[in-house]
Write a protein that binds this ligand. Structure first.
Ligand code: NDP
Length: 275
């Protein structure tokens, strides 16, 4: 079924979102602060609205993808009256608290809303593997998810409007942890004259692939880590890694993930001793 959908914000991500909705056959209206960015989408059948007010009035559903929370408020607050009775999905990255505040402001004006976190870069939009996390009322998600599924697989993470942002930030934290570890590893190899490409291909990639599910499963909130973790042994190993890194002249700032792990293992070892 063709749905009328408005997209506010035509940066790299907004253009990808609007393009995927057009490709799915929807009736898309777009708006961007700086004119000119709609041209390619208009050539593909989108309508370009001259103002935010006209853009939001064009559709029962508006998707927002702007730079940050401040730009969302700057753009939406003057037209919030026109959004009453409509649905808004905010896919702009922000904090959980910002998402809660926006949902509550919109709710006060009769606007139903979902918050989203895009787990993809623009070229991935509309392709398999891309996911958008949504939070907000479940029945609204159930209505909106089929319409927005051409963007990415919709995945609801809870009623709390802040949860999409929370899950998104936490997932990125996991990703940056892996990234930091990989960067530190190749610097260490390079500093001691090893061949980085061979190391990556033959050792690091297969090792990471093997250990990643174990690391995710083993990430526990409590300090009572399973006995087979042998926290004492791991703490000793981490100290050796830090010493190796320092001796190779790798900047200490790049070893933060090792210090974080050492902190966890020492705490786990202490907790084990108490028990
Ligand atoms: P861009 O920098 O490409 O685009 C930013 C958009 O915000 C532009 O449309 C810009 O308009 C608009 N904008 C900025 N300030 C204002 C303002 N004060 N009032 C109105 N409009 C404003 O960013 P992206 O499109 O890449 O990202 C958009 C959102 O998507 C961000 O929150 C980002 O974190 C999120 N995201 C992006 C990903 C990516 O890989 N790109 C991945 C996942 C999430 P103008 O053209 O007038 O400057």
């Amino acid at each position: 079924i063709t749905e009328r959908i408005t997209v506010l914000g035509l940066g790299a991500m907004g253009r990808a979102l609007a393009g995927a909705l057009l490709a799915a056959g929807h009736d898309v209206t777009v708006w961007n602060r700086t004119p000119g960015k709609a041209d390619g989408l208009v050539a593909r059948g989108a309508r370009s609205a001259p103002s935010v007010a006209e853009a939001v009035e064009a559709s029962p559903l508006t998707v927002v993808c702007l730079l940050n929370n401040a730009s969302v408020h700057e753009t939406l607050e003057p037209v919030v009256g026109k959004l009453a009775g409509r649905t808004l999905v905010n896919l702009t990255s922000g904090s959980a608290q910002q998402a809660r505040e926006l949902a509550s402001l919109l709710g006060e004006h009769g606007v139903r809303s979902l918050a989203g976190g895009i787990m993809a870069v623009p070229p991935m939009v509309g392709t398999e593997g891309a996911v958008i996390l949504y939070s907000g009322e479940r029945d609204l998600f159930d209505q909106v998810a089929p319409v927005l599924s051409p963007l990415a697989r919709p995945h609801w993470v809870g009623e709390d409007p802040g949860f999409a942002a929370l899950y998104d930030r936490a997932a990125l934290s996991g990703m940056y942890g892996i990234s930091a570890g990989a960067i530190h590893a190749v610097k260490l190899i390079h500093a001691e004259g090893g061949d980085v490409e061979t190391f990556k291909r033959e050792v690091l990639a297969p090792w990471m692939e093997l250990t990643l599910p174990l690391m995710v499963a083993g990430a526990v909130v409590s300090e009572e880590v399973p006995e087979e973790y042998n926290a004492d042994m791991q703490a000793v190993g981490l100290e050796t890694m830090l010493a190796t890194s320092a001796a190779a002249g790798v900047p200490d700032e790049l070893a933060g993930h090792l210090r974080a792990s050492l902190w966890v293992m020492r705490r786990a070892a202490q907790a084990g001793q108490v028990a």
